[in-house]
Write a protein that binds this ligand. Structure first.
Ligand code: ADP
Ligand code: MG
Length: 589
């Protein structure tokens, strides 16, 4: 981590004991303790829901596991809370892993529904077990202490909780700024792009889920000893919804949003519980209605949450280029020019009765640029997706450098040396161009979540950024590296995708309509880039509409029409063929 940033963090950590000795009213400290506890849980939700796009209403249940574990073990077996913390984390880890493995494969609204079911079932379990005191819960827990020094209440507890909270925030922010973190940030934008970069998206979903649960479990452990009692109502669905509120209202994508949200909800909760019954005249949990209204308003007018108001005034600094002296990543073995690279053998794809790709066969030799052309709906993109493992084949086979790759997931195919771009640009718009491109080098890195959190990945990060910068410069858009990817013009976004694919150091590059949306001059630039790549030993399969470009750069063309292979030959042969003219002009021949 850069030294300026490290200093900022140290300052924040130092602020905690300072606040504790300030002459603040005890009531404020009491509130801050709760806010810290709640923020710990909602910070997990920021990671899970805000960053990864996975909604969970069941987070309170994990708080419950942490709380009940320590309550039962300290009360019944007399264990030290410092030990039971780890037991609680272990139990949470196992249950989150099991729940995550089952539910995270579900798509769309099934996941939130499943977390509701999970939250409810744990609530009723806690409420019905005799050993856990049923709905009365367990009473008389000890306060946390170090030796004979009580740190379980008031100011000492404030220091403990907020140091843990800041520690979690530091780990989280380092993680999000790492190879594994970029993989997690990509989850929200669907899995196709991430998988094409070699990322096992399911594994990262489970990881985010487990991490969020572990944070909740720590909060539960703290809460149990702070309140010195546990009962199911603190861990039910209502709290699950409130935690989600905190994350969403505070700012779904920002770790600091968790604290803003927790503070707001906690204070609102208190004031409304006093105020509303007076206004309405009867008592009840009316605050939930206000929360609902606030949530709708925030989602409508401030979809990035309240923290985005603050973030707007935070200075945005370009990332320092501290990787100039980084080592190169190891070279990947390249095929000899002329080696048979891609062998598409009678590949077929049916969508119900429609034969989208009808026994297509063609080959690409190392060093060639091959164009796949044909009118709209001819089956080009489908063929592309069959080769890259996005769609399963109906029959036939695809071989790459002698190995059968059909049937492999796209992340495995990437690792064999085949990288791609998308017809519709797929990127993380709120990441910089450099970070987006660095994702293309994912498969060449090794550091995981833990070294990301602890910041021990610096060396590899520098290598990845150096690689990304080099690829951007290679295709002539190095000057865009610090910009937000979403702000680039269409043409530059397409070039960015090519740079990203090049980070994988592919033997074969597959481009799906790279010239779409480019201006004439940009197209010329693209043609130069493709020829330059070819001279550097990259082979290319180009699906393209733009005939000029295709005729200019391709060594060989494969023409498709209605799913079948119409003709294969040099650009000259294709240009002169009456059959192809007929297909393009749409007339019978
Ligand atoms: P191209 O890229 O050459 O324009 P496509 O490969 O996208 O053509 O489509 C080929 C044919 O397959 C079209 O008729 C299209 O409607 C059909 N098709 C493509 N994808 C699907 C799908 N997922 N389900 C059903 N039909 C599809
Ligand atoms: Mg297409």
């Amino acid at each position: 981590m850069r030294s300026i940033e490290m200093r900022r963090w140290l300052l924040l950590f130092a602020l905690v004991p300072v606040v504790a000795v300030l002459p603040l009213p005890d009531y404020w400290i009491f509130q801050l303790n709760y806010i810290g506890l709640y923020a710990l849980t909602s910070m997990g939700l920021v990671l899970l829901t805000g960053v990864s796009g996975l909604t969970s209403f069941g987070q309170a249940a994990f708080v419950g596991i942490g709380a009940y574990t320590t309550a039962w073990l300290t009360l019944n077996l007399g264990w030290s809370p410092w030990l039971t913390l780890w037991v609680g984390l272990g139990l949470t880890f196992i249950s989150a892993l099991v729940v995550g493995m089952i539910t995270l494969r579900m798509s769309g609204h099934y996941l939130p529904l499943a977390t509701i079911a999970w939250g409810l079932s744990l609530y009723y379990l806690m409420g019905n077990l005799d050993a856990l005191g049923k709905y009365d819960g367990l009473l008389g827990l000890q306060s946390l202490s170090i030796g004979s020094f009580d740190i379980g209440q008031g100011r000492p507890f404030f220091v403990l909780t907020w140091l843990i909270l800041l520690g979690a925030a530091l780990c989280m922010s380092q993680l999000l700024d790492s190879r594994a973190g970029r993989a997690i940030r990509s989850l929200k934008n669907g899995t196709q792009m991430a998988e094409a970069m070699g990322i096992n998206t399911f594994r990262y979903k489970v990881t985010a889920f487990v991490m969020a649960a572990l944070l909740a479990s720590v909060a539960g452990w703290l809460l149990a000893h702070f309140q010195r009692t546990v009962n199911p109502s603190a861990f039910g669905l209502k709290m699950g919804i409130e935690y989600l509120f905190m994350a969403v209202v505070g700012g779904v994508g920002h770790i600091w949003g968790a604290i803003v949200g927790a503070g707001l909800i906690k204070l609102m909760d208190d004031y409304l519980q006093i105020l509303l019954p007076k206004l309405i005249g009867t008592s009840g949990s009316y605050e939930v209605i206000v929360f609902g209204v606030v949530l709708v308003l925030v989602l409508k007018y401030m979809p990035d949450g309240l923290w985005s108001l603050v973030a707007r005034y935070m200075p945005r600094r370009d990332r320092d280029v501290d990787w100039a002296d980084a080592d190169h990543l190891p070279e990947i073995h390249k095929p000899q020019s002329g080696e048979l690279l891609l062998d598409v053998q009678d590949v077929r794809k049916q969508f119900g009765g429609l034969v989208a790709v009808n026994d297509i066969r063609f080959q690409i030799k190392a060093g060639e640029i091959v164009g796949l052309i044909g009118p709209n709906g001819a089956g080009k993109s489908t063929t592309f997706n069959l080769i890259t493992g996005v769609l399963p084949l109906t029959s036939g086979a695809v071989k790459f450098r002698g190995d059968t790759i059909s049937g492999l997931p796209s992340r495995e195919i990437l690792r064999k040396g085949m990288a791609r771009t998308f017809q519709h640009v797929k990127m993380i718009p709120d990441m910089t161009v450099l970070e987006n491109v660095a994702m293309g080098g994912y498969s060449r890195g090794h550091t995981g979540v833990l070294s990301g959190m602890l910041g021990t990945n610096r060396n590899e990060e520098q290598r990845l950024f150096k690689l990304a910068q080099q690829q951007l410069e290679r295709i002539g858009i190095g000057h865009t590296m610090h910009e937000q990817a979403g702000n680039l013009a269409m043409g530059q976004q397409r070039l960015m995708e090519i740079a990203r694919a090049l980070c994988a150091d592919p033997a074969l590059l597959l481009l799906d309509e790279p010239a779409a949306g480019l201006r004439h001059k940009e197209k010329q630039g693209l043609a130069d880039v493709l020829r330059q790549l070819q001279s550097e030993g990259v082979s290319i399969l180009l699906v393209e509409h733009d005939m000029d470009l295709v005729m200019q750069v391709c060594d060989k063309l494969v023409v498709m029409e209605f799913g079948t292979l119409l003709l294969e030959g040099t650009p000259k042969e294709i240009q002169e063929s009456p059959v192809v003219r007929a297909a393009y002009l749409g007339t019978e021949h």
